[in-house]
Write a protein that binds this ligand. Structure first.
Ligand code: MGD
Ligand code: MGD
Ligand code: MO
Length: 761
C-alpha cells in the first residue's frame, strides 16, 4: 500500500470572477507585497526584494528569463516575489513539528498546506516501517546513504534526479560524483520540460538552446509567442515585449487560451503615467486547437509559398536557403502534398486569421518565435518544434540580429544544469574530458531519463532514489503508478528546502537533507561563496545570497555533495579532493573550465556583474554544428487523435499562484478562478452537449491505448477555449497521464494532450 492521496483544500469553494483585462500593474505589486509581508515582515521584505536579480544580489529562484542590460531598481515580478517569499519565509519546521505529525497525517494535508509550514530546519530520517520522521545527524545520514549505495550490486540500481534550481557548481560536482560512482542515471526536470526543444534544435541548428538575446527581441519586427503564458510564468518577459512593441514589433500569440499577459500589460514602473489598463501587447491572437500547431505552421508556410509566387524574391530568403540549408526541395514537395483546407481545419483557426498572420510575416525577415510547454509536451513535440524551425529557415530568420528561436526555459538554472552534465546521455567527448579532469573512467552506457527511471523503479530494479531538489512524485505523470514505483525502492533521499508530497511517498526508508536556498549566505572554510547560473539566453552570471540561513543545520548543495561523495567513494579507486573543492567554489569553477567548453577564464570572467554569453555558433555566425554543417529542412506528418464522439483533449496548465508543484495560494487571478484547483475549463458547447453547468462536479476519465485512468470531483468552469479542448491544473490532473504517453524522441510526458471524457457524478 502506498500512501499517495490527493487531499482537497479544506473548505474549498470555487469562486469565478471576470477574467482580468491586463497583467501587472498595481494588483501585481499588492500581491507581491502581500506574500512577502506574510512570510518575511516589512524590513526583510524590502531588503530582499531589492536584491533580486541585481549585480551583487541573487538570481531570482523563479523563472530563467534574463535581466535586461539596463536593470531597474526593482528587477523582479509578482511571481518572483512569491517565489522568494516562499523560500525566505521566517517560518521553519523543526523536530517538534515532525513529532506532532506522522507521515500518514501529513499525507492528508493539501500541497498548499504543506508548503505553508515553512523551511525544513534539520536532517530527517524515516526508518523502515515507521510513520514519523526523526532528526538525524548529518554524518549518520551520509553514512546511511553511502552504505545503501555501496550495497547495490550494480551502480545502475541507483537513480539521481535533479530539479532546475541547482547551481552550476553543485550540479557539476553532483554529476561528477554520480559518474565516479558508476552510472549515467541522471534524469532531470528537463526531461519533462524542454527536452523536446533540445532534441528538435540539436537536429536542425546544431545546438539545443535558444539562439536569441534580449536585444534581438527588442529589435525584432515580429515576435510569435506560441504555447506559453508569460504573464504568469515569465512576467519579466512582458517588459521585453513592451520594449519590442514600442520599437515597432508586431506581437502574435498562438494559444488555445487568450492569456491575459500577452494581451495587455501595465509595467509597475509606469503606474504613475498610465492610468488603468496598460499597453496592448499582442497584435493578433490565433486560438489554435490543442496540438493544432503543426497543421497551423504548415498552413502558414503554404501561404507564404503562395505569396512568394506573387512577389518573387521578396517573401522567402532564397540566398539564405541556398547557402545555409539542405533538404529544401524534398521539404517543399512534401508540403505540396497537403491540402490547405484540411490544414486549416486541423489547426482550428479560421483562414481569415491565418491570412492576417501571413500578411504580417510576408515581407518581414526579423522574426523570433518563442515557445514553452504548449509546444513541448505532446507526442509529436519534436516534429512540431522542427516545423517552427522550418518556418524560420524559409524566411532566413535565424542567426542574425532580431531573428531566431527562443525556447523560454522554466527553472532558473535548468539550462545551466544541462551544460554542467546533468544528462542521462552524455556525449563521448564530455565523458572523456570529465574522466581526464578527475582521473577516472566514466560509464559509457546511457542512463535512465525520467520515464525510464520511474518504470525501472516500478519493476523493482532501483534500490536508491536520490533527488537533488524537486518533487518528482507530483511532477511526474501517472501519480498512482509513480507512487508505487517509489514504494519499491529501499531508500529515497531528498535534498530539499521545503516539505513536499514526495517526502511522504518514499522508499522503505527515507531521508530529507535540508539545504541553503539562493537567498541565503553560503559560508565555507575560505569565506562567503557565490554560485553561478545560466539563464534562458545562455548568459552565465553569479548569484549570492544575503540572508542569514534559516537554521545552523542547513548545508549548501555543494557541501552536501562533497561530504557525501567523500564517504561514498572513499574505498574506490578515485581520488577527488572533495573537501578542498567545497572550501572555495573558485576551485570548482576551475574544474568546470577544464571540462565544459565555453568556460575559459571562468573565475575571471564571472566577476563582471552582467556575466558572459556561452558560445552559440548559430547565433551570430550562422554556423550550424550539424552533420553537414547546414541546417536541414525536416519533414513531418500531422498528429491524429481520432477523438471518439464524446471525447475531448485536455491540457494541464499552471495557475497564477504556483511554482510547478509548490502552491503559493488559491487564486488564478488573471483567469478569474479562485479557491478551486480541481477544475476543468470547458467550452460552452461541449458543456451543453453533456448537460453540464458551471460549478458542477464531474469525474474525468483518460484513455491511452487500452488503458483508462480517472480522477473524481473536478468542478466545471465555462471558459473561452476551442471546442473539444479542455484544461486542468498541474499537478492535480497528473494521475490521468499514462506513464507510457510520452513524446517521440524526447520522452517528455504528453502533459498537454490527453484524450479524456467527462461524466457528471
Ligand atoms: N510563476 C511561475 N513561473 C514559472 C513556473 C510556475 O509554475 N510558476 N514554472 C516554470 C517552469 S519549470 C516552466 S517549464 C515554465 C512554464 O511556462 P508555460 O509553458 O507558460 O506554462 P504552462 O502553464 O504549462 O502553459 C502553457 C501554455 O501553453 C498553452 N498551450 C497548451 N497546449 C497548447 C498547444 O497545443 N498549442 C499551443 N499553441 N498552446 C498550448 C496553454 O494554454 C498555456 O498558456 O514556467 C516557469 N516559470
Ligand atoms: N501535468 C503536468 N506535469 C508537469 C508539467 C506540466 O506542465 N503538466 N510541467 C513539467 C515541468 S515543465 C517541470 S520543470 C517539472 C517540475 O518538476 P520538479 O522540478 O521536480 O518540481 P518543482 O515543483 O519545481 O520542485 C519543488 C521542490 O523543490 C525543492 N526546492 C526548491 N528550491 C530548492 C533549492 O534551491 N534546492 C533544492 N535542493 N531544492 C529546492 C522544494 O523542496 C520544492 O518542494 O514538472 C513537470 N510536470
Ligand atoms: Mo519546466
Amino acid at each position: 500500500m502506498t500512501r499517495w492521496k490527493m487531499p482537497l483544500e479544506s473548505g474549498e469553494t470555487l469562486k469565478i470572477s471576470k477574467k482580468k483585462k491586463f497583467a501587472g500593474g498595481l494588483p501585481a505589486i499588492v500581491e507581491s507585497l502581500r506574500h512577502s509581508l506574510r512570510h518575511l515582515g516589512t524590513i526583510k521584505s524590502i531588503q530582499t526584494l531589492l536584491k533580486i536579480n541585481q549585480p551583487n544580489g541573487f538570481d531570482c529562484p523563479g523563472c530563467a528569463w534574463p535581466e535586461p542590460e539596463n536593470r531597474s531598481m526593482a528587477e523582479f515580478c509578482e511571481n518572483g516575489a512569491k517565489a522568494i517569499a516562499e523560500e525566505a519565509t521566517a517560518r521553519i519546521i523543526d523536530r517538534d513539528f515532525f513529532k506532532e505529525y506522522s507521515v500518514n497525517e501529513l499525507s492528508k494535508k493539501s500541497d498548499y498546506w504543506l508548503g505553508q509550514q515553512g523551511r525544513i530546519a534539520e536532517p530527517l530520517y524515516l526508518p523502515a516501517g515507521k510513520d514519523y520522521y526523526l532528526p538525524i545527524e548529518w554524518d549518520k545520514a551520509f553514512e546511511l546513504i553511502s552504505s545503501e549505495l555501496n550495497a547495490c550490486e550494480d551502480p545502475n540500481q541507483a537513480v539521481f534526479y535533479t530539479s532546475g534550481r541547482t547551481s552550476n557548481e553543485a550540479a557539476f560536482l553532483y554529476q561528477t560524483m554520480v559518474r565516479a560512482f558508476g552510472t549515467n542515471n541522471l534524469p532531470d526536470c528537463s526531461n519533462m520540460c524542454h527536452e523536446s526543444s533540445g532534441v528538435a534544435l540539436t537536429e536542425t541548428i546544431g545546438v539545443g538552446k535558444g539562439s536569441v538575446t534580449v536585444k534581438d527581441l527588442e529589435n525584432a519586427e515580429c515576435i510569435i509567442v506560441m504555447g506559453q503564458n508569460p504573464g504568469t510564468n515569465h512576467p519579466r518577459m512582458l517588459t521585453t515585449l513592451e520594449v519590442a512593441k514600442k520599437n515597432g514589433a508586431e506581437i502574435v500569440s498562438i494559444n488555445p487560451l487568450r492569456e491575459v499577459g500577452t494581451e495587455r500589460f501595465l509595467h509597475p514602473k509606469h503606474l504613475h503615467r498610465l492610468a488603468g489598463s496598460g499597453t496592448s501587447l499582442s497584435t493578433l491572437h490565433l486560438p489554435v486547437k490543442i496540438n493544432g500547431d503543426s497543421a497551423l505552421l504548415k498552413a502558414i508556410m503554404k501561404l507564404l509559398f503562395e505569396r512568394e509566387i506573387q512577389n518573387p524574391g521578396k517573401v522567402l530568403d532564397g540566398p539564405f536557403i541556398d547557402e545555409y540549408t539542405e533538404n529544401f526541395d524534398q521539404f517543399k514537395l512534401d508540403l505540396d502534398t497537403y491540402d490547405l483546407k484540411y490544414l486549416i481545419s486541423e489547426s482550428g483557426v479560421s483562414r481569415g486569421e491565418i491570412e492576417k498572420l501571413v500578411d504580417l510575416l510576408q515581407f518581414k525577415k526579423k522574426i523570433i518565435i518563442c515557445w514553452a510547454m504548449g509546444l513541448t509536451q505532446h507526442k509529436n513535440s519534436v516534429s512540431c518544434i522542427q516545423e517552427v524551425v522550418n518556418l524560420l529557415l524559409i524566411k532566413g530568420a535565424i542567426g542574425k540580429e532580431g531573428a531566431g528561436v527562443c525556447p523560454v526555459r522554466g527553472h532558473s538554472n535548468v539550462q545551466g544544469d544541462r551544460t554542467m552534465g546533468i544528462y542521462e546521455r552524455p556525449s563521448p567527448e564530455f565523458s572523456e574530458r570529465l574522466g581526464a579532469a578527475f582521473n577516472f573512467i566514466p560509464p559509457l552506457e546511457n542512463g535512465f531519463n525520467v520515464v525510464e527511471a520511474i518504470k525501472e523503479m516500478h519493476k523493482g530494479n532501483v534500490k536508491v532514489f536520490f533527488g537533488m531538489g524537486g518533487n518528482l512524485l507530483s511532477a511526474a505523470p501517472d501519480t498512482a503508478y509513480t507512487a508505487e514505483a517509489f514504494s519499491k525502492t529501499s531508500l529515497s533521499v531528498y535534498v530539499s528546502t521545503k516539505l513536499n508530497r514526495n517526502h511522504l511517498v518514499t522508499g522503505k526508508s527515507s531521508l530529507i537533507l535540508p539545504c541553503l536556498a539562493r537567498t541565503e549566505i553560503d559560508r565555507q572554510s575560505s569565506g562567503e561563496q557565490f554560485v553561478t547560473v545560466e539563464n534562458s539566453m545562455s548568459i552565465v552570471h553569479s548569484s549570492k545570497g544575503h540572508l542569514k540561513p534559516k537554521s545552523k543545520q542547513l548545508k549548501s548543495e555543494v557541501a552536501i555533495v562533497c561530504e557525501l561523495a567523500n564517504k561514498l567513494l572513499r574505498d574506490r579507486n578515485v581520488s577527488i579532493p572533495w573537501i578542498s573543492l567545497k572550501s572555495n567554489y573558485d576551485f570548482i569553477r576551475d574544474k568546470i573550465e577544464e571540462v565544459v567548453p565555453g568556460f575559459s577564464n571562468f573565475n575571471q570572467r564571472i566577476k563582471k556583474p552582467e556575466g558572459f554569453y556561452l558560445p552559440h555558433p548559430a547565433r551570430g555566425k550562422r554556423e550550424f554544428s550539424t552533420k553537414n554543417k547546414l541546417a536541414p529542412f525536416t519533414i513531418h506528418g500531422l498528429p491524429n487523435f481520432n477523438l471518439g464522439p464524446m471525447q475531448l483533449l485536455m491540457m494541464t496548465i499552471r495557475t497564477h499562484d504556483q511554482f510547478n508543484t509548490t502552491v503559493y495560494g488559491l487564486q488564478d487571478r488573471y483567469r478569474g478562478i479562485h479557491y478551486g484547483r480541481r477544475v476543468i475549463l470547458m467550452n460552452r458547447d461541449d458543456m451543453k452537449k453533456r448537460n453540464l453547468v458551471q460549478g458542477q462536479q464531474v469525474n474525468i476519465t483518460s484513455y491511452f491505448k487500452e488503458e483508462k485512468r480517472s480522477v473524481q470531483n473536478f468542478f466545471v468552469v465555462e471558459y473561452e477555449i476551442p471546442v473539444s479542448c479542455t484544461a486542468t491544473y498541474f499537478p492535480e490532473a497528473n494521475p490521468l497521464i499514462a506513464i507510457n504517453s510520452y513524446a517521440e524522441k524526447s520522452y517528455t510526458p504528453t502533459s498537454k494532450s490527453i484524450v479524456i471524457s467527462v461524466e457528471a457524478n
